[in-house]
Design a protein around this ligand. Sequence first.
Ligand code: NAP
Length: 344
Amino acid sequence: MPGNINFGSHPQNAGETMALRLRGALFVLACGTTWGSEPTLRLRNGVEMPMLAAGVWQYNDTEAEASLVAAFKAGFRMVDTAWDYHNQVGVGRALRASGLPRGALFVETKVPGCGLDPAVSRSNCFADTRRVLEGDLQQLNQSYVDLVILHFPPREAFVLRSCHFSCGAVRDQWAALEEFYKAGKAKAIGVSNYCPSCFACLDGNATEVYPMVNQVSYHIGMGPDASGFFSFAQSKGVVLQAYSPLGNTPWTEKANPDILGGNLTSTLAAAHSVSTIQVALKWLVQHGLAAVTKSSNPQHLAADIDLWSWNLTAAEMEVADNYRVFGMPSFACNFADHAAEMLV
Ligand SMILES: NC(=O)c1ccc[n+]([C@@H]2O[C@H](COP(=O)([O-])OP(=O)(O)OC[C@H]3O[C@@H](n4cnc5c(N)ncnc54)[C@H](OP(=O)(O)O)[C@@H]3O)[C@@H](O)[C@H]2O)c1
């Protein structure tokens, strides 16, 4: 089943510490397959994807490299970058500096939505997407990536807050991704910030390979099925991957104060002798979402990946599910018209 959590055998990594193995043992025994210390989610094509990735948005090359070197030391094995982050050269350096075999790492990157970056024009969507996909590999200095996703729907979707009138562009761009996947240059392909109406463009016979992942904004305080995105993804066999899981924004560049120091996360953290940030991340992965977080602080990274030896109780999950503060999964969607969106 796509999206199942798996804990069976997967290549273990040279740098994994005995302490992490012991701490993870309880979780692994309960369910089975890991990637390093982490459980994985199985994508619809059978690829196993670690549940938690280290992101690098808002970092330059040097910052991205430093944060990922620290993330690998802390036990992260998956990274998330993008053409638009302008730091893939630094990410590539960190991959090599890790000293880990390529097969022990999981690399995710993105291509800008058509018309949203000068490199991928709206008028030449297919050919530009092809070129930028090759550019991703060149910048990362890799012969393949594990997952590449379309960063956003095409430009019109932002204006109209729906993909209803831009299916042509959605299909053109997806066709370039499919070609890249079939050439073996990506082990899996997916989308980001995609609304149900964008998925509708790829339904039926429109495409041979369906998206495997949708990466959207998602965090504690949105509820367990924010705007129906989780149940929609499940109904399509798509893994939902949370970005900005600590409520970071383009303006703050920090974890959100309600998550970092709010009553709910503080109470749950005290009950498990963990941090508020760990509670926020645990809530996501315990619901079966993948997540991408980020930190420039080695101590924070070590704590952020330490999620596998403890669980929130069912009662605590329910309280956290009912907690509502802020946020929506995709700013490209028309949430006022969400009932109509979900019917497409
Ligand atoms: N597809 C998309 O459109 C999209 C959009 C946004 C993000 N993303 C991806 O998702 C990744 C994560 O989202 P995000 O960058 O918005 O960040 P986030 O995970 O929501 O929050 C990161 C912030 O939390 C802080 N933090 C992390 N661990 C902490 C800890 N243990 N204690 C205290 N503070 C902690 C970090 O500060 P310190 O450095 O001080 O630890 C950092 O400022 C991005 O980097 C990117 O890869 C994708």
